[in-house]
Design a binder for this molecule. Structure first.
Ligand code: NOJ
Length: 529
């Protein structure tokens, strides 16, 4: 098995992990100082959300220089030191590559917009206004409003699937692809272990720029992007060739035991998602638990999801699972802490590489953000346009600072943090949960350690029962995972006697006969005899 199959990937949102220079915003030096914590959790790889030079209109997903560290986060030297020390601890480091768009302040875009004749004009996607005036077609931005903005100076529109300050690069242009590949090489030479690639499924656009058809699901109040289906701005056939090229760059830096990997951010139905394996993406993010599992948290539904996904993989495809990230509501807010513990048990005992979002190990809740402290540009834009945006509270609630201890500002910073702390930080913090033998933090640590059992790593998955509030499955020959998704006691007949090795309640390790009694909200991992 390769390291990226065995590892748990832990997502760090650098703004909110640890501040060391007293500006209320986390930095690379802060992440470095917290490496021992990450090591103690047992994770194998860190994915760092963007820390590149950026005007921060979308908090770093608007890159103005792909090869520089933004001063908010430190310097290239800080990065090198972080990487060196992570590697010394046996932790891999994945960077966030944002190839679909740049900041409108990136020198490439400044050149591109300077005149129609500029050699970089074709690096972005420029179109004339529609014959009757207005945007060239009906494409809508993810953050609300048309995906086109008129550049007064040159009289053409440029495309931006996100903010107007995030113009889309023209991936049809081989110079653009080469430039992004150079960025990859820059970081690979410094030693990074791979990339999480932002919006991988959006890189290519319909060369004919056709209008997208109306969506039958749209109703007034939904975000603008939901007005249409997206046959012309998502998952275009050219994308696979682009993925293949990126994979070649990674392979050129790979050695046996030291593969450099590509994790792809892709929101697509599973049947289309798995095609990205064929294109060469090591781990196309499987968000099905987030999009379909959490909203319908029943055994029948979870088993259906897992079986559907497992059924689509060939023996060369390695599965992966995700429960949260910086764009999604917090796990604990979706399920409550008791079921968040059950969900963690699921994530770490399914076959495949799990990705874990910082703070979820504390069951950190989504934090209510007072209107005057809202930061998320997507929410600011959508607030006025869509009374029921996809995420009514925006993404800030999931991006709040990591609470480390009960000292002022939770040990995160000496200044007022850029987003408020969770109100219960004096008790819900890392130090407190280190002391509590039954905390969520201890559970996550135990699960990550248990996942190293060979059969839990690569044993086949088989549904055992998915009914009556209990979801149970076998891993390999010797393991059974039983999850009580209800707040009532349940019983499960076992195939044979065994031993409860771990309970979400962290209060029992004991032999078990033919019947396993599950308490309310209890998940158990059983070693079968
Ligand atoms: C997906 C990222 O996860 C999100 O945070 C960002 O706003 C968009 N891509 C645009 O880069």
């Amino acid at each position: 098995m390769s390291w990226w199959q065995e590892a748990v990937i832990y997502q760090v949102y650098p703004r909110s992990f640890q501040d060391t220079d007293g500006d209320g915003i986390g930095d690379l030096e802060g992440i470095r100082r917290r490496l021992p914590y990450l090591k103690s959790l047992g994770v194998g790889a860190l994915w760092l959300s963007p820390f590149y030079r950026s005007p921060m209109r979308d908090f770093g997903y608007d890159v103005a220089d792909y090869c520089q560290v933004d001063p908010t986060f430190g310097t290239l030297e800080d990065f090198d030191r972080l990487l060196r020390e992570a590697h010394a601890l046996g932790l891999k480091v994945l960077l966030d590559l944002v190839p679909n768009h740049t900041s409108d302040q990136h020198p490439w875009f400044l050149e591109s917009r300077s005149s129609r004749e500029n050699p970089k004009r074709d690096w972005y996607i420029w179109r004339d206004p529609a014959p009757q005036g207005g945007p060239p077609n009906n494409w809508q931005s993810f953050f609300g409003g048309p995906a086109w903005t008129l550049d007064e100076g040159t009289g053409q529109y440029y495309l931006h699937l996100f903010l107007p300050e995030q113009p889309d690069l023209n991936w049809q242009n081989p110079e653009v692809r080469e430039a992004i590949q150079e960025v990859m090489r820059f970081w690979l030479k410094r030693g990074v272990d791979g990339f999480r690639v932002d919006v991988l499924w959006l890189l290519a656009k319909d060369p004919l720029f056709r209008d997208e058809p109306g969506s039958p699901h749209w109703r007034p109040g939904l975000p603008d992007r939901a007005r249409h289906e997206h046959p012309f701005t998502e998952d275009q056939p050219e994308t696979y060739a682009y993925v293949r090229e990126m994979r070649q760059v990674l392979d050129a830096f790979s050695e046996p035991g030291r593969e450099r990997v590509m994790v792809g951010e892709i929101y697509l139905p599973l049947s289309r998602l798995v095609r990205y394996y064929r294109a060469g993406c090591h781990l196309p993010f499987n968000f099905s638990l987030i999009t379909e599992g959490l909203p319908d948290w029943r055994p029948e539904n979870l088993a259906r999801l897992v079986e559907a996904y497992e059924g689509l993989l060939t023996r060369w495809d390695w599965p992966n699972w995700v429960l949260g990230n910086h764009d999604q509501p917090r796990l604990a807010s979706r399920l409550g802490e008791a079921q968040a513990r059950v969900a963690a048990t699921l994530l770490f005992t399914l076959r495949g590489t799990p990705t874990w979002y910082y703070g979820d190990e504390l069951a950190l809740p989504g934090v209510e953000i007072p209107p005057e402290r809202v930061q998320d540009p997507a929410l600011r834009r959508q607030r006025d346009r869509a009374p029921t945006p996809l995420l009514p509270l925006g993404r800030d609630p999931s991006r709040t600072p990591m609470p480390w201890d009960a000292s002022p500002r939770a040990g995160f910073s000496t200044a007022e943090p850029w987003l408020p702390l969770n109100p219960d930080w004096p008790t819900r913090n890392v130090a407190a949960q280190e002391q509590d033998p039954r905390s969520m933090l201890q559970l996550v640590r135990r699960l990550i350690a248990l996942r190293k059992e060979p059969e839990l790593l690569h044993g086949a998955y088989r549904t055992y029962r998915a009914a009556g509030g209990v979801y149970a499955y076998l891993r390999g020959e010797g393991w059974l995972v039983a999850l009580n998704l209800t707040d009532r006691a349940q019983a499960l007949d076992l195939p044979r006697k065994g031993r409860v090795v771990l309970s979400t309640h962290l209060d029992r390790e004991e032999g078990v006969g033919e019947t396993l009694a599950l308490r309310p909200d209890e998940g158990a991992v059983v070693r079968l005899g």
